[in-house]
Design a protein around this ligand. Structure first.
Ligand code: FES
Length: 352
């Protein structure tokens, strides 16, 4: 764009010559306005081959940005989390963190460098001076801004320099991919694991206090025993995850006190096994009232009737406590007939 194309109102007041004119000081303005320095054309303004070189440089930077984003994703997938490398002068650091930082940094840097180089060499460099004006923009100013924007878009040559436009759009579109792959760090999807526990056909019920398998004779009427599946070891990596779903309350009722037909079928001589995990938000239930057969969750006082299918009789819990079907094995110990037939714990699992 030549200086002749600068809108008149964008020139300094009384500047006369837009390039180099000096306004003489007077009584009202004792300091002389130095004006704008003479405009000098850049090599790209007068030499199309230089402009092409700049275009290729900008495109190269945007392309490097795209490659860096691809390298970021590849590094995220390929480099083990625990791999360390030596980087002078930092010392030993995580290879994955180093690779992610370098590649993402390079991708962002190249976008910035490409945009700066584009602006400095190919966009219009006409100097424009403007007066201070009221903060509120008048309709004329807004119209002018709109026109300036369109003019700027035209001067950025984004329509004409298709190579720059395409590579820039590609670089900007790919950078967010780096954030998308990081979503993997939210962990593996739970799949159906929330619907199942460690319980399975033949798993013995083990007393959580004595760590001994339970016989029917170990469970007295009116007592409350906590149990877990045989084979769980508190030193195992998954112990806490498993026990949070597997824990049981074992109580013994008079078979005649059991109101729910299915509960009676799933019990053994009045011994019933219920999940210890509250169906409200998952607290462990620990209180049992033997006269009423009510189990109380200490967190928000949800109360379950263990003589009536674990039905909720009070509190915020959304559904009955899951019951585990049990029997006695050939060796005389209590064991599960199968896994729970419904998810244990808070009711939101049912939405899956
Ligand atoms: S977690 Fe049991 S009542 Fe809220």
């Amino acid at each position: 764009m030549s200086s002749q194309e600068i809108p008149e109102e964008n020139l300094p007041a009384e500047q006369g010559d837009a390039h180099g004119a000096v306004k003489v000081a007077d009584e009202k303005n004792p300091f002389a306005d130095p004006g704008l320095p003479p405009h000098e054309h850049r090599i790209q303004d007068i030499d199309e081959r230089a402009a092409k070189r700049s275009e290729r440089t900008v495109a190269l930077l945007f392309t490097v940005s795209m490659l860096s984003t691809i390298a970021f994703i590849a590094a995220y997938v390929a480099i083990p989390v625990d791999k360390a490398i030596y980087v002078w002068p930092i010392g030993h650091i995580s290879a994955l963190n180093f690779a992610l930082g370098m590649t993402l940094g390079l991708a962002l840097f190249c976008i910035g460098a490409g945009a700066v180089h584009w602006a400095r060499t190919l966009m219009s460099d006409v100097e424009i001076a403007d007066e201070r004006h009221p903060i509120e923009a008048s309709p004329e100013v807004r119209a002018q801004v709109h026109a300036d924007f369109k003019q700027g878009a035209a001067e950025s040559v984004i329509g004409r320099r298709k190579l720059i436009r395409h590579t820039m759009l590609g670089a900007l579109a790919m950078v967010p991919l780096a954030g998308v792959v990081l979503l993997r760090d939210l962990g593996p999807l739970p799949g159906t694991s929330l619907r199942h526990t460690t319980w399975a056909k033949g798993k013995k019920l083990v007393n959580m206090n004595t760590m001994e398998p339970l016989r029917p004779s170990d469970v007295a009427v009116g007592s409350l025993t906590f149990a877990m599946p045989d084979g769980l070891n508190e030193h195992d990596h998954d112990f806490q995850k498993n026990i949070a779903k597997d824990a049981l309350m074992i109580i013994r009722l008079q078979p005649g006190d059991i109101k729910d037909k299915r509960e009676l079928e799933w019990s053994h001589e009045g011994i019933v096994a219920y999940s210890k995990i509250c169906t409200h938000v998952g607290c462990p239930i620990s209180l049992y009232e033997q006269q009423t057969h009510h189990a109380l969750c200490p967190c928000h006082q949800s109360t379950f009737d263990l003589a009536d299918g674990g039905r909720v009789i009070f509190g915020p819990a959304g559904h009955a406590l899951p019951q585990l079907r049990i029997t006695v094995g050939e060796d005389g110990y209590l064991e599960a007939v199968s896994d729970f037939e419904e998810p244990v714990g808070p009711a939101f699992w049912e939405r899956g």
